[in-house]
Design a protein around this ligand. Structure first.
Ligand SMILES: C[S@@+](CC[C@H](N)C(=O)[O-])C[C@H]1O[C@@H](n2cnc3c(N)ncnc32)[C@H](O)[C@@H]1O
Length: 251
């Protein structure tokens, strides 16, 4: 039986080109590696997770789904530790927070750069991830928005071409957060960047911006009623300005 992926996972898989080898870091259920192994031509396909239970389940699902075919290699461990430098072309890191993704990518930056492409799907803190990718000269090939189960997922397809190995660590991340703290309009521009595409071409990016705008209005209203939360007002007003611009409601 052919493996069916959700819109989010299908979009992530679409960034893995024919013949490209891949490791899905934090695979959990193993859906993408199982799909790619069934498709064939991506040797090796590796699935990894820090959770023994998740990986064992992914292996048993792979054995069931792929009966008679090669199943993805399963590796237990943290982030890129499970790989040799340059062992695969592409790395998928999906369904984690942006800061967790940064932890994985900054642990051994030289190793990080030994792979050609990253497909990243941050569940939150995408702004800091984008800023870090920009500072370190990664190339964002494409970034898109995909709906799944009533929420919107941001997916970034990123090339290491041109990226430079630098000594990155906790202090740089702290500095990045401070840059955004001092400039909420900048943060809003990185949260809701220009050029976010909708692969389905059905206006999903506008639905996303409009739903974020509605959320902003509700939050601003709540903050205005609560004198103790006023510190957050500048950030939410900046988000609102950015979203109104993207939705064509203000210049
Ligand atoms: C929410 S699930 C996402 C699963 C799948 N990638 C997806 O997008 O549907 C996050 C998975 O990442 C794993 N994980 C978290 N931190 C990790 C790390 N540093 N290295 C490897 N796996 C990690 C967790 O154990 C969990 O299975």
């Amino acid at each position: 039986m052919a493996v069916r992926l959700s819109a989010r996972l299908s979009q992530i898989a679409s960034y893995i080109g024919a013949g490209e080898s891949v490791c899905d870091v934090g695979t959990d259920h193993g859906f993408i590696p199982i799909f790619l192994a069934e498709q064939g031509g991506h040797d090796p396909v590796i699935m990894s997770d820090v959770s023994k239970g998740s990986l064992a389940k992914a292996v048993s699902d792979a054995e069931e789904e792929l009966s008679g075919k090669d199943i993805p290699q399963a590796r237990l461990g943290d982030g890129l530790d499970v790989l040799e430098p340059g062992e695969v072309d592409d790395i998928v890191i999906a369904g984690m927070g942006g800061l967790q993704i940064l932890d994985i990518m900054t642990w051994d930056f030289v190793k990080t750069l030994s792979y050609r492409k990253y497909i990243l799907q941050p569940r939150r803190d995408s702004a800091i991830l984008r800023k870090w990718l920009e500072i370190n000269k990664f190339t964002i090939i494409e970034q898109c928005i995909v709906p799944e189960n009533g929420r919107f997922s941001e997916i970034l397809c990123v090339s290491t071409d041109g990226a430079e190995a630098r000594d990155i660590g906790f202090y740089e991340r702290k500095t990045l957060l401070e840059v955004f703290d001092n400039d909420p309009d900048l943060l809003a521009r990185y949260e809701y960047p220009d050029g976010l595409i909708d692969p389905s071409e059905t206006g999903i990016e506008m639905r996303y911006f409009n739903s974020e705008l509605d959320k902003s209005l509700i939050i601003i209203d709540k903050i205005r009623q609560n004198s103790e939360a006023k510190d957050a007002l500048d950030l939410h007003l900046a988000r609102l300005r950015r979203l109104e611009k993207l939705c064509g409601k203000k210049n």
